[in-house]
Design a binder for this molecule. Structure first.
Ligand SMILES: NC(=O)c1ccc[n+]([C@@H]2O[C@H](COP(=O)([O-])OP(=O)(O)OC[C@H]3O[C@@H](n4cnc5c(N)ncnc54)[C@H](O)[C@@H]3O)[C@@H](O)[C@H]2O)c1
Length: 360
């Protein structure tokens, strides 16, 4: 079988830690070339990887031998680049947030509907830990889920000060970290009906990893409430003000159910899922003591590589010639996520709650 030939636009942090790391793990993929607007950095990266440095992203999209394009640039360019790549007949992965406005997300949804190519809209939620929690909830292990607390926090993407710059990023921590919690909650519980929230800038001065001082012009702290039609509610908190490095952030969910609780810690590799189940044992799970309680169970998900699982899903969709279902890594669901984010910003400005109109 011919290899699937990839190009990547935006060769920064996530390009390295996810895509350049994962691509060699898949023998069906060949990274052919890359593009970055920072030309010296582009040349250096292309030499390190032994791939072509395209002169422009247009040159990459015009190359008929490129089958798939990964977009890992600054947030506001995700939608325009993804649309152009889809129109050029490429399969596309767009990093999160896929859009920075409801209008952009609508345009992207239309472009994805008009092509038979695969479009993977990040973030991915089909990680083994989240799939396992989905299964446990659907099996009724903790009964009816009435409430969820979610938090994603670290000291901020200080490797790249543009994240803090309204002109370059447009959206702050809500779109960087909050997007994960919102996406996972919609993946697990379906369309959100109503939201309200507060976004604030807490730390007024920052120092980047490179030692450069700067003043943020987007929010670094958000708390929001998400409500479903059945009365279920979730809190979503994210901030860039918590004293841990971004690669070791606090990324947790607590699912409160009528028969028990599930604690999901995405940062833990040893015991990511702890089920508090006072009334029944969890078959196949290891009994553990947790927070002083002895009716707790650690549910194993085996070895997890959250980076590889993104490309695994993308390849599977390309090879089987199928689009992502609307409740998967689809633009239909991310369109919903983008509307929620947009409405939380609006709620913070007006003090009002907003109904969410998009469904999936
Ligand atoms: N870093 C992470 O852990 C992480 C994780 C998941 C998703 N993301 C998303 O990936 C995107 C990139 O984040 P990052 O941390 O890699 O940033 P980064 O600053 O490290 O890298 C971005 C790169 O894209 C290039 N670039 C920006 N706009 C461009 C354009 N229009 N054309 C060509 N090149 C362009 C920049 O020169 C830079 O080299 C963000 O939208 C972020 O939300 C990042």
């Amino acid at each position: 079988m011919n290899k699937i030939r990839f190009g990547l636009i935006g060769c920064g942090d996530i390009a390295h830690i996810r895509y350049f790391y994962s691509i060699p793990h898949f023998e069906e993929i060949e990274l052919v070339g890359i593009y970055d607007m920072n030309k010296p950095f582009l040349q250096k990266t292309a030499e390190e990887l032994g791939v072509k440095a395209f002169n422009s992203y247009e040159e990459m999209l015009d190359d008929p031998t490129i089958d798939a394009v990964i977009v890992t640039t600054y947030h506001p360019s995700h939608t325009p680049l993804a649309i152009q790549a889809l129109k050029a007949g490429k399969h596309v992965i767009s990093e999160k947030p896929v859009s920075v406005s409801i209008e952009q997300a609508k345009q992207l949804k239309e472009a994805a509907a008009q092509t038979d190519k695969v479009f993977m809209a990040m973030p991915n939620d089909a990680y083994p830990q989240i799939e396992k929690v989905k299964e446990l909830i659907e099996q009724g292990i903790i009964g009816e889920v009435c409430a969820i607390d979610s938090v994603f926090a670290h000291h901020g993407p200080l490797h790249a000060p543009w994240f803090f710059d309204y002109e370059k990023a447009q959206w702050g921590v809500l779109a960087d970290l909050g997007v994960y919690s919102i996406s996972t909650l919609s993946y697990l519980f379906g369309p959100v009906a109503r939201v309200y929230g507060e976004t604030r800038c807490f730390e007024k001065r920052r120092v980047s990893d490179a030692g450069e001082e700067f003043i943020p012009s987007v929010e670094d702290n958000v708390a929001a409430t998400l409500v479903w039609d059945d009365g279920k509610v979730a809190t979503m908190r994210s901030n860039w003000c918590t004293g841990v490095h971004k690669d070791h952030g606090l990324w947790r969910f607590t699912f409160n159910g009528s028969k028990g609780i599930i604690h999901l810690d995405m940062a833990r590799t040893d015991h990511p899922i702890i089920v508090v189940s006072p009334n029944c044992e969890i078959p196949g799970a290891e009994k553990v003591s947790f927070m002083g309680q002895d009716y707790c169970y650690s549910v194993s998900v085996g070895k997890v590589d959250n980076n590889d699982s993104v490309l695994e899903l993308f390849l599977d969709a390309i090879k089987n010639n199928r689009k992502f279902p609307d409740n998967g890594c689809s633009i239909v669901r991310q369109n919903h996520v983008i509307e929620i984010i947009d409405r939380i910003y609006e709620s913070s400005r007006t003090g009002k709650a907003y109904e969410i109109t998009s469904k999936f």
